[in-house]
Design a protein around this ligand. Sequence first.
Ligand code: ZN
Length: 289
Amino acid sequence: MRVKFTAHVGAWALLLLLAACGPEAETGAVFGKYHAPAARKVGQSLNDTIVPPDLQDNKSVEIASNSGAPASQMFAETLHYLLGQFEPARHADFATLGKPYTDKPDMYLRREALAAFKKMYAAAKKEGIVLKIVSATRTFAQQKNIWEGKWSRFAAETPDPQARAQRILEYSAMPGASRHHWGTDIDLNDLNNASFEAGGRFEKVYSWLRTHAHEYGFCQPYSARSAERPNGYNEEKWHWSYLPVATPLLRQYSQSVQDGMLSGFQGAPTARNLSILKHYVLGISPACQ
Ligand SMILES: [Zn+2]
């Protein structure tokens, strides 16, 4: 797959990889550079603290310790971020979308993802294709609203908690388990597969994305179910993910979060039996891994 991979994102991704692979994974030291609002001034970007990818692990630890925040605190903050328990409006690594990219207010993406989307938007526009973001970053609280709304609506028809959770999981993630928490994923144009298929009003949009999205780092994680993707959400032709940031985050998530940690919403106890991490969070298209 061909992606545009800027130097600072590459360095950042590598640092996360180092964090995941090296001894720092246990101390959480490297996480602090990624998300340690207590140690960073308002408006200071993660990118300001990025170090070249050729630095050794011990250098990363040194830089992290300069932040003054204990490793355990930094790990907790990163975990909160992965689970959507943060405010994108107050996070230095996030930016507001606005027109013409979306018609909705209060929409946020990670800065790297937004910069890549703007390039993709401009390229598509030249060919008469309009990409409109209808959903971007969602917090735990926002996902909880979506989840519990369906939990209530499906109650009468599907009283069994596990069956009800499975029904919601056809298209919606449990709070704490959505890629939308990370600020790397977007929903485009319409939340309806038929709109993107032959005869649909966004048929050309989908065709363009299939051909060109990868040139800007975007991939469709919830592809058609197949032997290669036997588990997970149903296909979502509208959901696109910015891989240069999302891929290291997914790796980090899979090493930091367990099903039993998903809590604080109705139906949460079903997470273990349904293997949310294995079947849903990791149940993405092989092309997006
Ligand atoms: Zn989505």
